[in-house]
Design a protein around this ligand. Structure first.
Ligand code: KIV
Length: 290
């Protein structure tokens, strides 16, 4: 079997960026939180393709190959149908396209929940076949045994609590969590439990801000917020959301671009050129040299 994470660019548009920086490591990320504080917040974005990774990588500390690719890339209704093979293919592409950020790959629904042994079998495939540095999995107290099993066997784990999209059917939707005192306490306990189990960091998604602040101050590992609080140790967004790829974005997204408009405008101009025979011009056709 060939390794999937060597970059051969001789025939590819994905030309390598020279590697001016050493790749960050999981321990280096974890060390950014000192005595409960992270001086410079950690920057994380999702990436699903090699070219996207090349563009985002120099600006980020971590690139997450999120299972959100189910909706963003494949047009699926949720993350539930995403498979391990899909995550591995995209994970390998993102590793190939990056040289600086820690690359993390999401464990898809059904690939880790049954037992620590099932999680190890899936996670070890992800690590071996992509070259990524860590995996992320959803769940709090229920995942303690699994997180401890993986980390003690050399697989760094980022946990994900609060709004956990793989549990959308149990949660009843994608609304913010931690509104009731009971749920607030449960999510706080989840965060403490995964930190104690050995997770090196935690994604905290879609929670009330007071809870995000309490968790960030209350555990020693970096807390990466999405729909949480500016007080978190870092932030993550789905890259396509912040780039403006979709008309509808959740409340917690800040749009930095409007690439949907750029792409559709370019396609409109191209279509007009083709229909009027203004493309290709003599610059784009092959003719015998004079
Ligand atoms: O799948 C994903 O993109 C994620 C982020 C939203 C944190 O889990």
């Amino acid at each position: 079997m060939s390794t999937t994470f060597t970059l051969d660019t001789s025939t590819s548009r994905a030309n390598p960026t020279p590697a001016p920086m050493k790749r960050l490591t999981v321990p280096a990320i974890q060390r950014r939180k000192v005595e409960g504080k992270t001086a410079e917040p950690l920057v994380m974005l999702t990436a699903y393709t090699a070219r996207q990774a090349q563009l985002l990588d120099p600006h980020c500390d971590m690139l997450l190959v999120g299972d959100s690719l189910g909706q963003v890339i494949y047009g699926l209704p949720s993350t539930l149908p995403v498979t391990l093979d899909m995550m591995i293919a995209h994970g390998a592409a993102v590793v190939r396209g990056s040289y600086h950020s820690v690359v993390l790959v999401d464990m898809p629904f059904g690939s880790y929940e049954a037992s620590p042994a099932q999680a190890f079998a899936s996670a070890s495939r992800v690590m071996a076949e992509t070259g990524c540095a860590a995996v992320k999995l959803e769940g709090g107290q229920a995942m303690v045994e699994t997180i401890s099993f993986l980390t003690r066997r050399g697989i760094p784990v980022m946990a994900h609590v609060g709004l956990t999209p793989q549990a959308v059917n149990a949660l009843g939707g994608y609304g913010a969590r931690g509104k009731s005192l009971e749920e607030h306490a449960r999510i706080m306990d989840d965060a403490r439990a995964v930190a104690n189990a050995g997770a090196f960091a935690l994604v905290l998604e879609g929670v009330m801000e007071d809870l995000a602040v309490e968790i960030t101050n209350g555990i020693d590992i970096p807390v990466i917020g999405i729909g949480a609080s500016a007080h978190c140790d870092g932030q993550v967004l789905v890259a396509e959301d912040m780039l403006g790829m979709f008309e509808r974005t959740p409340r917690f997204v800040k749009r930095y671009e409007n690439i949907a408009e750029t792409i559709s405008g370019a396609a409109e101009r191209y279509a007009a050129d083709v229909r009027s025979r203004s493309f290709p011009t003599e610059d784009q056709v092959y003719r015998p040299k004079k």
